[in-house]
Design a protein around this ligand. Sequence first.
Ligand code: UD1
Ligand code: CA
Length: 450
Amino acid sequence: MQVSVIVLAAGQGTRMNSDLPKVLHRMAGAPLLHHALATAQALEPERLVVVTGHGGEAVVAAARDWSEAVETVVQDPQLGTAHAVAQAAPRLADATGEAIVLYGDTPLIREETLRTMLAARSRHAVVVLGFHARDPGRYGRLITEGDEVLAIREFKDASLEERAITLCNSGVICANVHLLLSLVAEVRNDNAAKEYYLTDVVELARRRGLSAGVVICDESETLGVNTRAQLAEAEAAFQARARTAALDNGVTLTAPDTVFFALDTWVGRDAVIGPNVIFGLGVTVESGAEIKGFCHLEGCHISRGASVGPFARLRPGAELAEDVHVGNFVEIKNAILEEGVKVGHLTYLGDAHVGEHTNIGAGTVTCNYDGVMKHRTTIGKRAFIGSDTMLVAPVKVGDGALTASGSVITEDVPPEAVAIGRARQVTKPGLATRMFEKLKAIKAAKAKGH
Ligand code: UD1
Ligand code: CA
């Protein structure tokens, strides 16, 4: 079944009290807009159109950033949800199947729910997504008869009797794309808000003798973000869902409530994630890898059998091959660590390539930045980098080479060579005792003086 998705994201979001457009506030590492787009993408849509307005350029850029396939249209001024959908019409002229309308600020709708709505289209021309609200507040109310929806009444326009209804409108709606567009074109703004309400399409469809139905989902899915408090609430809901999904997929989480996933985190079966692990965007952890406690991971790939942490930080471009070991207080950025590499302690590897089975000693630093440019460090296979080696990039260490502890390596080291780049030790017998006596005498003289 062909589906086009229209994501409404033109609203201002005044209650966020922010300079950032609402749909660009982040949840699970990604802009709210990307959550709606991810759900839409799961349906493999024929067309995917984002309606932008407030925050224009930035929102358009974020939409493009998600996928080249996303089209955008500007709604200016913003005259209501039906008016917003109408702006997408030119982009949908040649679409053939269904249309689903989502909101850019409602990030928790599940793919399964949308599929249930699509299935309900066999019984109804228009399908709306409703939910039973604990506190119906200012939501639009669904006036129903069985699973038929007779009308959606906006709070402002509702009678006291209608306001008592707790079955509310989520805003998600599904219909044949051309039916939806023709209904939207008929919507008028003769209501309390003087807005073009998308919700009016229900009554307009019924006037044409078509039926409208409701699919009901859990309220947690329809949580819209209007305030910072709701953003935090949505984050918590996302994390709860992601933790359950990880556990169900065969991932061990020692302390699930302390692990934070990103929108696109991928963790394989039998991976083990310790407490207080934070995933940024773009992380894949393969089956059987272990992430110990207190790690921060972003834009990295961790292969089977690798172990990371505790207290490690993997930044974008960190690529760990099988059986790599990264220990505590290690930071890795834009670096490939081939199979079996060991980086146990207190190390920074940036802009580097490390060959298989090389051992990186404690306190090693790739000095990759000269204040203006970044430079690469290349270390061969089965090399041994002594503790506290400073690798001043650009620099190469050959296969099987060794750097002495405390070396500052400024020149390439050929394969199998030993490089020692440190001052020679000078030992002065008895000097320590003489020095301390002298210092004590100075201290005693000072004490008398005062
Ligand atoms: C809307 C629904 C209401 C439902 C509620 C659920 C209408 C008329 N009302 O009300 O029944 O219970 O959502 O949250 O549809 N937007 C645009 N352009 C516009 C207006 C809005 O793109 O001109 C976007 C907003 O950015 C937002 C979404 O549409 O993402 C909903 O708009 P909003 O003003 O929040 O609608 P509500 O009044 O909450
Ligand atoms: Ca709203």
